[in-house]
Design a protein around this ligand. Structure first.
Ligand code: TGC
Ligand code: FAD
Length: 389
């Protein structure tokens, strides 16, 4: 029997038929095409099943909520459901789609020239051009405003120097969105990865997010034409605006990971016999399942309302911070409890909970750590900035 989604509060009734169809289609893709190949990629060191990229593109999974340019143009609830289903499979799968859509296509769509949009968005939607997003540096993660990467104007082009670290898909990307300091402030550049002076190297040895490529980017006197500068934004709000989009997807995605763990733990509790009775008939396992179901239900409601705010244009980035922070935090707790309920079986990759658990450690860190989102919300509530101390 396949995955059964928890829907304790009948949230299904809140979804349109179209939203349900989108969700079911992605659910089927994940079950039938992604899950059978996932474990081998997790066992290998940091690889993604690239052969699935054309299918993902056919399903409209790249830039799903962008209008035009060959994108699916979904509303944000449908887009959130896509992210939920992808991350139910694996955080690496959701990451692939998040980075391509929210971190690479979105900045071109939002800050790019018409020519840049025409040139890059259609092949990115088709999965023929893969992007990566270079913001984080070895010494500047939570505080990207301190970045050292520089872009200096030289006639009708720019010369970029610097290092970016922890960059998803850096070695497989054709196009890197690189954020660099200029005389006028931080700006975004579309760096073609075959440019002279650009090098990407895989980062090895990850315990977490193994079905995803993570890379380091080295830019040494990389010359980028002026026409590859994103013309419509200057300042940190450029990359932060992209992060809002990606964090939105993570808020939904984390619910998917939690639902997968709950489903696994519930089934196991019904099948596993301990002390001559099903595990699920005992009080402590029931308490764990109740905690999981309650937190998933709360996270589902948070995501749904977040999507409504986004679709109605009332979204503030601190709303996204609350959902990213909460949903990832509870998903991680749920994954740990599910792993615990599986006993020794929980530590092998026949089961998904421990894989989700270690993935969620990354998800808690990237796209703004749990602490950073806590402080973003704290600043919104108090009007006082606690980042400096
Ligand atoms: P701050 O003064 O707060 O903001 C500067 C300007 O930006 C605006 N702004 C935002 N705009 C849109 N969305 C947001 N989330 C925004 N946050 C701030 C803000 O209004 C301001 O605008 P303006 O017009 O006044 O200039 O800047 P700060 O230097 O105090 O920074 C605040 C802080 C710490 C919250 C920010 O630096 C931050 O969010 N740090 C975390 C960095 C981070 O999340 N990095 C993620 C890298 S990418 C990644 O991890 C990809 S993982 C792959 C995957 O997703 O799968
Ligand atoms: P640090 O900023 O050094 O934080 C260390 C600790 O200090 C954390 O606990 C943090 O919460 C805490 N801390 C920091 N500042 C404060 C403060 N002011 N107050 C209280 N506590 C604080 N980046 C990209 O640009 N593109 C990508 O595609 C990308 N993909 C990634 C993929 C993976 C697998 C991983 C692990 C990371 C990825 N990142 C990417 C980087 C990610 O966004 C950063 O790791 C993250 O922003 C945190 O930065 P850091 O690792 O430097 O931690």
């Amino acid at each position: 029997m396949g995955f059964e989604a928890l829907d304790f509060y009948r949230i299904e009734d809140e979804l349109t038929e179209e939203e349900q169809i989108v969700r079911n289609t992605v659910r089927e893709f994940v079950d039938q095409e992604f899950m059978p190949v996932l474990v081998e990629h997790v066992r290998q060191d940091g690889s993604f099943p690239d052969e699935l990229v054309p299918k993902m593109a056919d399903l409209g999974l790249f830039g799903s909520n962008i209008q035009g340019y060959g994108c699916a143009g979904m509303n944000n609830i449908a887009y959130g459901l896509v992210m939920q289903e992808l991350e139910r499979g694996d955080s690496g799968l959701r990451s692939y789609a998040s980075v391509q859509g929210s971190l690479c296509m979105y900045p071109i769509y939002q800050y790019g020239s018409d020519k840049q949009k025409e040139r890059w968005l259609p092949p990115m939607a088709r999965g023929e051009v893969i992007g990566c997003f270079g913001l984080t540096e070895p010494d500047y993660g939570s505080n990207p405003g301190g970045m050292l990467t520089k872009a200096v104007r030289k006639g009708n082009s720019w010369v970029l120097n610097g290092t970016k670290r922890w960059i998803t898909n850096g070695t497989v990307a054709h196009l890197a969105i690189v954020w660099a300091k200029t005389e006028d402030g931080i700006q975004g550049f579309l760096v073609e990865t075959d440019s002279a002076g650009f090098e990407a190297r895989d980062m090895k040895g990850k315990f977490s997010l193994r079905a995803s490529v993570t890379s380091e980017l080295f830019l040494s006197d990389v010359e980028v034409p002026e026409e590859n500068r994103l013309p419509n934004v200057i300042g940190l709000k450029g990359p932060l605006g992209c992060l809002t989009q990606a964090r939105y997807g993570i808020a939904w995605g984390a619910v998917g990971a939690a639902m997968a763990c709950f489903d696994e733990a519930l089934r196991y509790s019904q099948e596993r016999i301990v002390f001559d009775r099903p595990l699920g008939s005992l009080q402590i396992p029931q308490q764990k399942l109740t905690f999981m179901a309650t937190e998933i239900t709360k996270a589902q409601l948070l995501s749904l309302q977040l999507g409504r705010l986004k679709d109605s244009g009332k979204l503030h980035h601190s709303h996204v911070s609350m959902a990213k922070m909460n949903n990832v935090d509870v998903a991680l707790q749920i994954a740990r409890q599910a792993r615990d309920m599986l006993g020794a079986n929980g530590i092998v990759d026949d089961y998904c909970s421990m894989r989700h658990m270690v993935n969620l450690e990354t998800v808690r860190t990237y796209e703004g750590t749990h602490d950073i989102h806590t402080l973003i919300i704290g600043r919104e509530l108090t009007g006082l900035d606690a980042f400096g101390g």
